[in-house]
Design a protein around this ligand. Structure first.
Ligand code: XMP
Length: 308
């Protein structure tokens, strides 16, 4: 890669040539790739780029506010709260692959509605090199995407030849907040794959509270730098506990904390025991629906990073 400032200069010229005075749209997730692309394209074509941030109701605690705060004043930014639409479509669905399919479909429906309002001709995507090298190396960089409702958008991928660390360097040069640039990867289907079995507002809220405690403690101890991902999984297993003199029957939460370079393989590193104990104690005392916390020690392979 060129040095970051040269890359940015060249990318802006290329985007200007490609999009000209037309309108473009991007689905901004708040992850580093789509964030960097949004800011790059905004620098090139200004408010002719509309960044759409869809809340599918499966985000972590504080995430909506964080993404809105960073981008509301920096981009032509639209926030769409489609959480009820997603949660209704997911009602009663247990199978994780089925959840993924439904989320993908509803996402396209929501996004297409916004794209129609904007009448954009271009779709900006935060594709990076491993995305297309690992899938279909044949996909050309200039291609069209036909949405189910009939819209056809020309795809623009400003960082498609870069790797994650290079995208992060560009993000730093573009002055994006460090918390965003270095944040742990979060799957598109969000908490739907971390709440096992049927989803409900109650279960999502439990998972969010437990996950926030994991993030707070891991970051406080500075252990986050050694980990690729660290999160809480809400299982659909109920286990017995005691509260005062009473027998309690609540949820089992599993802590999943892995080190990895590219998510293809991952291992569970030795973690400071005091952090594990603090996380466990905080979860069982601050999240009353949880009676038991356990630690996953399985590497990938044979396990996957996510539980579902
Ligand atoms: P697994 O669980 O397959 O995860 O070991 C590897 C990496 O991919 C993320 N992941 C997903 N990301 N949509 C995504 O955008 C998904 O459906 C999905 N499933 C897993 C996971 O968080 C890990 O970083």
């Amino acid at each position: 890669m060129l040095n970051p400032s040269e890359f940015i200069k060249e990318a802006i010229e290329k985007i200007k040539d490609e999009i000209g005075n037309e309108k473009a749209i991007i689905a901004l997730s708040g992850g580093v790739d789509s964030s960097v692309c949004s800011v790059l394209v905004q620098e090139a074509i200004g408010d002719n780029l509309v960044a759409v941030f869809v809340n599918h109701g499966l985000l972590r605690e504080g995430e909506v506010e964080e993404v809105c705060n960073i981008f509301e004043n920096r981009l032509n930014f639209i926030y769409v709260d489609a959480s009820s639409e997603f949660l209704n479509a997911l009602e009663g669905v247990e199978d994780p692959e089925e959840k993924r399919k439904i989320i993908g479909k509803v996402f396209i429906d929501v996004f297409e509605r916004e794209a129609e309002k904007i009448q954009g001709k271009y779709l900006v995507q935060g594709t990076i090199a491993p995305d297309w090298i690992e899938s279909e190396g044949k996909i050309k960089s200039h291609h069209n995407l036909a949405l189910p409702g009939g819209m056809v958008l020309k795809v623009v991928e400003p960082v498609r030849d870069l790797y994650k660390d290079e995208v992060r360097e560009i993000g730093l040069e573009l002055d994006l907040p460090k918390e965003l640039i270095y944040r742990q990867p979060f799957p598109g289907p969000g908490l739907a794959v971390r709440v096992i079995g049927n989803l409900s507002e109650e279960k999502l809220a439990i998972c969010r509270k437990a996950d926030l405690i994991v993030r707070e403690e891991i970051q406080k101890e500075g252990v986050d730098k050694d980990l690729w991902q660290y999160f809480a999984v809400l299982t659909d297993t109920k286990v017995t506990g005691v509260k005062g003199d009473e027998r309690d029957f609540g949820y089992l939460v599993v802590l999943r904390m892995v080190a990895s370079v590219d998510a293809m393989t991952a291992y569970v590193p030795e973690l400071p025991w005091n952090v594990i104990r603090t996380i466990s104690k905080r979860i069982t005392s601050e999240v009353p629906e949880v009676t038991h916390v356990s630690l996953s020690i399985s590497d990938k392979p044979p396990s996957t990073i996510e539980f579902a």
